[in-house]
Design a protein around this ligand. Sequence first.
Ligand code: SF4
Length: 484
Amino acid sequence: MFIILRGAAAGYEAEHTARLFFPGADRADTFPDSGDAVAALAGEVTHMVLLRLNDTVVWRTAPAPEGDGEYALCTLLYELLCRQTGITPPWGMMTGVRPVRIIHDLRAAGIPESGIAAHFLEHFRCTPQKFQLARGIADLQRPVLEGADPMDCSVYAGIPFCPSRCSYCSFVSRTVGDKATQALVQPYVDKLCQELTAIRRTVDRCGLRVRTLYIGGGTPTSLSAAQLTQLMGHIADIFDLSALDEYTVEAGRPDCTDAEKLHILKQYGATRISINPQTFSDAVLANIGRRHTAQDIADCFAAARQEGHRNINMDLIAGLPGDTVEGFTRSLQTAISLDPENITVHTLTLKRASDLVVEHRAAAYDDVAAMLEQCGALYAAGYRPYYLYRQKGTLQNLENIGWAKPGTECLYNIYIMEEVHTILSAGAGGSTKLVVPGARRGKIQRIFNFKYPNEYIGRFEEILARKKGVEEFYETSAQTSGQL
Ligand code: SF4
């Protein structure tokens, strides 16, 4: 499938409207002589959309409007693709990945609730169920956002190593089992500690307050017990853990998380951990390249409770290879029966496995949508959805949702998703997001670390030099706002 766009109104939104139906399609400059293709052509007088699918060609035209030509073109394209594929995406024409933020922004702009409902239901053509979901999450997040201080920040440390590679993984993560990677781990931890020290100094110089800490990955518990002690001990030395609202460590996978490491996490102050089954089916675990069983996950969870962890998240993924609606339902019920404080349900992002939504529809999409519908059981078990995001490349932009028992919501997830305050990131692939103090929806500036561990280690001084941009950012913000 190819996407062809012509004219000023045929830009990003038109492309992503087409990708709601054909997520793996390629862009092309000209309409190909054969094969599947979708085109959106915005002339000065006329708009035209065209689909060639399985050698059948259909098209629609409409007069180019005076006003919002982009929206008119996308609507024309969306209607054609709904009709021809037989699919109506539940989030409608919305292509953005943060629906909840739209509600926050409309409320901040003084739009009444009826206007917000119209924006979702009529402008975007969302289903009422998806709108209610997003609105409920926005309501729940409201006090967290209203309590945000302009000089708050969070700190993230990334561990780009895992015990083995999952088949669906798109992260930069290296398998600790191989010798070349093993040799990188200790120098990586040493540099990470140095970078965190530099971040601590920056926090002080800028007058920031660290609200949450998050060690993610990769799989942080793929470090040895000694390396984990080094990292978490260093963090405990340089940050005031008693002043934090939350300290999360992703324990991730049971094939590298034992009682000793769970003890270290507790001993050095983690207040929330994540043990991520993805599925409780041994067959599906094998399909995705995991070298552990569902029983190992349950044992790891029990060991975490034994070590005193009282806020545990479990990730599940809907749509894994070989899974079924019944299988996913069993995984969900197993997770609920373990009674973790948080359950996060992701939708598998379909990469370039197939371009054609019509093929997926029979093979995967209907199943994935049915899996997500099972999540209603989480309400009955006392969980509430508290954050939501979508990913480009997920069929019809279906969602990922964090569910939490009341009072156990992960603040870091809300902060990063809603871009409430600055996130200072350490480690390979880290992306520091600088949020303008005092601006509810100001411009975000980013400072990137090198992506791969060997680059991170070898060019570490360059990273420290880049990070000077954090202080410059706050100096400039102080000068322009006069607030600091
Ligand atoms: S545990 Fe996560 S980061 Fe590691 S390989 Fe699997 S999906 Fe990727």
